[in-house]
Design a protein around this ligand. Structure first.
Ligand SMILES: *Cc1c(COP(=O)(O)O)cnc(C)c1O
Length: 516
């Protein structure tokens, strides 16, 4: 494709994207294809000769679109929102037009410096402490990553290395050696080998699976601590403390805990101050805050207290929130902040001769590769910059408030309806509910809701997802999540989908009554 062909194909692509958005509401929210639909239609042999682009683009419409679930649809209420805005799409287009791997400042100075600036903006927008501002000189900073999963793994590695350095210093002094006071402590291989086996990390049963997965990747145990329904499924400090003490007695070294602000299941906010106070008692411990979904709502002053922002600012070693969920920026754009960026660089800076530059040697620039697992990185700051400029703080706030208000209205309707029960406090745009029936046992209720969920799941025009809330007594409640937050959702969209839930529920209850 040459420049003139690109110009033509590019205009045509934008036209098709615009038509897609204009027709979004007329489509079903969910793709209705069967497994293998595309595998059957595409040849498994790659083309030998190049093809004309219009034919390729036409196949995107013909073959790919039927297999797309429309996350930008106003009736998308499953999982959590994953929004893209036109500003973000254009940002990605510009950034891919100057594709470069961005690992060092010198790869393209604008990549690093724009990221520094927009991450400073995000500190301001979210109300984070100055320590997380790279320019504040207080030691912290921010970087954009791929996903909350990668950032959790990064935090785990940073925490592990910090813990190992502490253990290495103890090892030095136990052997009567002077510990180096300058620069990072080298971790002798024997200490690494011995101590790594003892490390243990924590979260709750409601922690996102990224916690267990990080532990798995590092070959360490992850303890999912129990929570109680009466605490709104949030982790408490005394539970963490008891687990740590128990593990220390067994010879383990506790090194990491995930505190969640807005769990995926129900939006619970862990007791961060309680957890933070416990963490402070153990020098090897590191507190990572997973606010992947809810953290963007720190942009709203009225949500800072319920989302425990002051506690996060006081205690967190690292914080992650995804601008690519509710935050108007297309996937991927995961914002990651650390209190002490040496935790990252001392764990991740491996600089062979071919990556050295005079700017980095002089300490004049940031090389973000030393803050992350991979070497190369996408130029994600452009879309974040475009979105924050296009919307402004007020535009972002209006969008977030719209989702919260719609969810409050829905909650009012659900709580008035005696057929339903709200199983966890409504949080931001998330409501967890289930159907009830007088006299039904816990397992009958679960069965009823599993059936309701599968009837809803069979419909292409309704897209909700389910979860299981586990409480300390071993109780498990199956419930349905209604997650509001797409860009184009209106009160009518919520009402129409809720009406379908009510209709399916009534049908189900009537069948039950007829059987009895
Ligand atoms: C969505 C979510 C994650 C996972 O996010 P990725 O960016 O897809 O890795 C982790 N934690 C919470 C609380 C989430 O809501």
């Amino acid at each position: 494709m040459d420049v003139e062909q690109f110009r033509k194909a590019g205009y045509a692509a934008i036209d098709q994207i615009c038509d897609y958005y204009s027709s979004l509401e007329q489509r079903d929210v969910k793709s209705n294809v069967k497994p293998g639909y595309l595998l059957e239609q595409l040849s498994t042999t790659p083309p030998t000769k190049g093809e004309a682009f219009p034919a390729i683009a036409a196949d995107f419409q013909r073959l790919i679109m039927p297999g797309i679930t429309h996350w930008q649809h106003p009736k998308f209420f499953a999982y959590f929102p994953s929004i893209v805005t036109f500003e973000s799409i254009l940002g990605d287009m510009y950034s891919s037009s100057v594709t470069n791997p961005g690992f060092n400042w010198s790869c393209s100075p604008a990549c690093t410096e724009l990221e520094q600036v927009v991450m400073e903006w995000m500190v301001t927008i979210l109300g984070l402490d100055d320590v997380f501002r790279t320019s504040s000189g207080k030691g912290g900073g921010g970087i954009i990553g791929t996903s909350a999963s990668d950032q959790c793994l990064t935090a785990t590695i940073a925490a592990r290395e910090r813990a190992l350095r502490i253990l290495a210093r103890e090892h030095h002094s136990a052997n009567g050696n002077a510990t180096p006071t300058q620069g990072p402590t080298e971790v002798p291989f024997s200490v690494r080998q011995e101590s790594t086996k003892q490390l243990v990390m924590y979260g709750s049963t409601q922690t996102h699976s990224i916690g267990a997965k990080s532990a798995l990747l590092l070959g360490m145990p992850f303890r999912a601590l129990p929570v109680k329904a009466e605490d709104g499924y949030a982790l408490r400090g005394d539970v963490l403390k008891a687990a740590i003490e128990e593990d220390i007695k067994k010879g383990f070294v506790p090194f990491f805990v995930i505190g969640t602000v807005g769990t995926t299941s129900s939006g619970a906010v862990d007791y961060i101050a309680e957890i933070g106070e416990v963490v402070r008692q153990y020098p090897t411990m590191f507190l990572h805050i997973d606010a992947a979904w809810a953290g963007m709502a720190w942009a709203l002053p009225e949500q800072r207290e319920p989302l425990r922002l002051a506690e996060v600012n006081k205690y967190a070693d690292s914080i992650c929130t995804n601008a690519h969920k509710w935050g108007l920026v297309g996937f991927d754009c995961s914002l990651f902040f650390v209190r002490d960026r040496r935790d990252l660089t001392e764990a991740l800076d491996v600089t062979p001769a071919y990556l050295r530059t005079k700017e980095a040697d002089a300490g004049a620039v940031i090389d973000y590769r030393n803050w992350q697992l991979a070497l190369g990185r996408r130029f994600r700051s452009v879309k974040l910059w475009f979105v924050m400029r296009g919307y402004g703080i007020e535009g972002l706030q209006a969008h977030l408030r719209n989702g919260i208000n719609l969810c409050q209205d829905l909650t009012a309707v659900v709580s008035q309806d005696s057929k339903f029960e709200i199983v966890a406090p409504q949080r931001l745009g998330l409501l967890c509910f289930r159907l009830k029936r007088a006299g039904a046992s816990a397992s009958e209720l679960d069965g009823l809701n599993v059936e309701l969920n599968s009837r809803l799941a069979a419909r292409p025009d309704v897209h909700l997802t389910q979860t299981i809330l586990k409480s300390e007594d071993g109780g498990e409640i199956f419930c349905i999540r209604f997650a509001i937050g797409a860009l184009r959702t209106t009160k009518r969209d919520v009402e129409e989908v809720w009406a379908e839930v009510v209709k399916e529920s009534e049908g189900l209850l009537q069948e039950g009554a007829a059987r009895n």
